[in-house]
Design a protein around this ligand. Structure first.
Ligand SMILES: NC(=O)c1ccc[n+]([C@@H]2O[C@H](COP(=O)([O-])OP(=O)(O)OC[C@H]3O[C@@H](n4cnc5c(N)ncnc54)[C@H](OP(=O)(O)O)[C@@H]3O)[C@@H](O)[C@H]2O)c1
Length: 239
């Protein structure tokens, strides 16, 4: 009689998504959880994370609510510490949460400019610093920076100033971080297109799920996938 080797369950990967209580972040959470990944659904306010995660319980998907306020480095570090205590290793990070304020360089209020830099750029930097070293140490990781066509020099930085400038800087972070990581750690940015969310408005041409598709793809890239690129609809676009 031949003995069967004990089957080893494949390791379940964990993805952390910021600003996941609504819009593209919530849709990306759904796509990724339905692919069998564990998702850490984070939101600026814990009650919003809990409320958003509740819906996934009915589908028996593995979604854990956590609080991350991107404007607070301490909030990001506190979340990382809670996950470490719970034995949860983050394999993929989706820097999705963002704010958009109207105005050009001369008319945007100082508070709005500072807030955009804190949330759209520095929030992503602090998240990378909290979670990417673990990826490098384990020789596996994926970082997805949810950027915008409005952050592309190639498309004219054609949006409100504090938004376009911080998204262009997020693109720069993508290139710079990809250069500082080695092994099977991939860092990419994407433009989700114009999406029907609170930010995109009701007239946008894409559903949140359509916008989230490129995000979920980059978060689950295979080992031979791209690194240090900018994508829309799974196609490279110019910075
Ligand atoms: N919609 C589009 O057409 C479009 C186009 C290009 C790029 N994008 C990008 O796609 C991403 C998602 O946007 P969306 O369209 O889904 O917009 P959305 O529905 O307005 O969602 C924005 C998310 O960011 C979160 N957020 C804002 N400030 C935060 C903070 N301090 N800490 C943590 N989370 C914070 C919001 O949380 P609260 O609910 O707590 O405010 C919300 O969950 C953004 O990076 C955006 O720039 C969107």
């Amino acid at each position: 009689m031949t003995k069967r080797a004990p089957s080893i369950a494949p390791q379940r990967r964990t993805v952390l998504v910021t600003g996941a209580n609504r819009g593209i972040g919530l849709a990306a959470t759904r796509l990724l959880a339905r692919q069998g990944l564990r998702v850490v659904l984070t939101a600026r306010r814990m009650e919003d994370a809990v409320e958003a995660a509740r819906a996934f319980g009915a589908e028996r998907l593995d979604v854990r609510a956590e609080e991350i306020d991107l404007a607070s480095e301490a909030s990001i570090q506190a979340c990382a510490a809670r996950l470490a205590r719970a034995g949860i290793e983050v394999d993929a990070l989706v820097n999705n949460g963002a704010v958009l304020f109207q105005g050009d360089v001369l008319t945007t209020s100082s508070d709005d400019f500072r807030r955009a830099v804190d949330v759209n750029l520095l929030g992503a930097v602090w998240c990378c610093r909290a979670f990417v070293p673990g990826m490098v140490a384990r020789n596996h990781g994926r970082v997805v920076n949810v950027s915008s066509g409005w952050g592309a020099f190639s498309e004219g930085l054609d949006g409100p100033a504090s938004y376009s400038i911080t998204k262009a800087a997020l693109n720069a972070l993508t290139v710079s971080l990809a250069r500082s990581t080695s092994g099977d750690v991939k860092v990419n940015a994407c433009s989700p297109g114009w999406v029907r969310t609170r930010m995109g408005g009701a007239g946008a041409d894409r559903s949140p799920e359509e916008g989230a598709e490129v995000v979920a793809w980059l978060a689950t890239l295979p080992k031979d996938g791209p690194d240090g690129g900018f994508f829309r609809d799974r196609t490279p676009i110019a910075w």
